[in-house]
Design a protein around this ligand. Structure first.
Ligand code: NAG
Ligand code: NAG
Length: 378
């Protein structure tokens, strides 16, 4: 063998053993990587388990928190709450914010229905869909709680009515001698607001929630707890039928002239969805009421909306005809979900408006509330 060949063979053998060594190292590394991958998989499983535990933990915490929430405003009051807005958890229903009346007639009332116009302000003019989120929450009328709640909206009397000679605040025109930007007093504020609104071409306008809603919307509730709202038929049923304990109702009404009236019922109950959310409004209390029994006609009637006809007017569909959800019969005497009218339309009349026939005929009312509470809670 020549020296050169021997040298080549040694070289080749060295190379081969090196290649084998590298291959061994490679396969070792591959197996290491495999091990790491499988341990990563185990870690992923652990992570998934941990996440599942966390989720279950959060869910049970929420359940416990909901369990510790008051079922209604009367329970909230017993626990010392006094504010107008409370988070409640009606039996079998998720937590939700509602308005409470903690003052009228002993308080502890859960507000099932709230109707009250909210003044439209600059920047909120683009609203067209009904959404409480666009309502101006700091409206003087709404924020004057608790006084206004005791008197149910006496403050809602339009300024013009106090003195017909004096222009209403909404009519105050820009005063040349006091250009906007001087004193930060109330009149200036109103004047600025008036200016902004007139530049938008939408003066004297008041926002009202639409109550021409579907069956499902009335079932779940709609609107916003700081503005006009319907608490939800499922909530009405859950609250008023949770125990054998009877519930009572108090209806508060205000017209556009600042007059008020009430209707008190010793018994108020709403059945479940399967039986059409039938209304039980009995024991009208003559001594505590001034508005007349506008619910007698609706006692034992099922609920109807424009998309669900449960009324007793064959060949007609009250919910669709009047654009409201209510315990229609043939069709109605009172309609607290009727169309809300704005200040500019004062004096509007008609069976489609928010009205209480026993008190003011078909005259559109300014505001209304339906309050409910367990009867023997005091
Ligand atoms: C209703 O108005 C009368 C005066 O017309 C007033 O004395 C009374 O306090 C008002 N009641 C409520 C609940 O607002
Ligand atoms: C209520 O809404 C429905 C559906 O949008 C509509 O068909 C109906 O005309 C409305 N009713 C009124 C009185 O506005």
């Amino acid at each position: 063998m020549s020296f050169r060949l021997r040298f080549f063979m040694i070289g080749a053998m060295t190379l081969m053993s090196e290649v084998q060594g590298q291959r061994r190292r490679c396969s070792e590394e591959i197996s290491d990587i495999r091990k790491e991958i499988s341990s990563l998989g185990a870690m992923q499983d652990d992570l998934l388990h941990a996440l599942t535990d966390l989720r279950l933990g959060i869910e049970s915490a929420v359940t416990v928190a909901a369990g510790s929430l008051p079922e209604d405003c009367s329970v909230a009051k017993k626990r010392g709450a006094w504010g107008p807005f409370q988070m409640i958890a009606p039996p079998g229903i998720g937590p939700r914010m509602v308005r409470c009346d903690m003052l009228t007639d002993g308080g502890g009332w859960t507000v099932a229905l709230w109707r009250e116009p909210v003044m439209k302000t600059a920047g909120f003019g683009e609203r067209d869909g009904p959404s409480g989120d666009t309502l101006h929450r700091d409206s003087p009328r709404v924020s004057s709680y608790p006084t206004r709640s005791v008197k149910h909206d006496l403050s809602a009397r339009p300024p013009a009515e106090k003195d017909p000679q004096r222009p209403s605040r909404n009519d105050i025109l820009p005063d040349e001698r006091h250009p906007a930007g001087d004193a930060g007093d109330e009149e200036t504020w109103y004047r600025r607001r008036r200016l902004r609104r007139s530049s938008q071409g939408s003066s004297r306008e008041l926002l009202r929630e639409s109550f021409n809603r579907t069956w499902v919307e009335y079932k779940d509730g709609f609107g916003h707890h700081t503005g006009e709202y319907w608490i939800g038929n499922d909530v009405l049923h859950a609250l008023t039928s949770a125990s054998a304990e009877p519930w009572e109702a108090l209806i508060l009404l205000n017209d556009f002239r600042g007059q008020n009236a009430t209707a008190a019922y010793g018994q108020f109950r709403v059945s479940d969805e399967g039986s059409g959310y039938r209304l039980m409004a009995a024991q009208y209390d003559d001594k505590r009421s001034t508005a007349g029994d506008g619910l007698a006609f609706h006692h034992r009637r099922s609920f109807s909306t424009y998309d669900r006809d449960n009324d007793e007017y064959h060949g007609s569909h009250c919910g669709l005809d009047y654009g409201a959800g209510w315990w229609f019969h043939q069709c109605h005497v009172s309609l607290l979900t009727g169309a809300g009218t704005s200040d500019a339309q004062r004096g509007t009349e008609g069976p489609h408006t928010l009205h209480w026939r026993n008190w003011k005929g078909e005259e559109a009312l300014h505001s209304a509330a339906l309050l409910i509470r367990p009867k023997n809670q005091l």
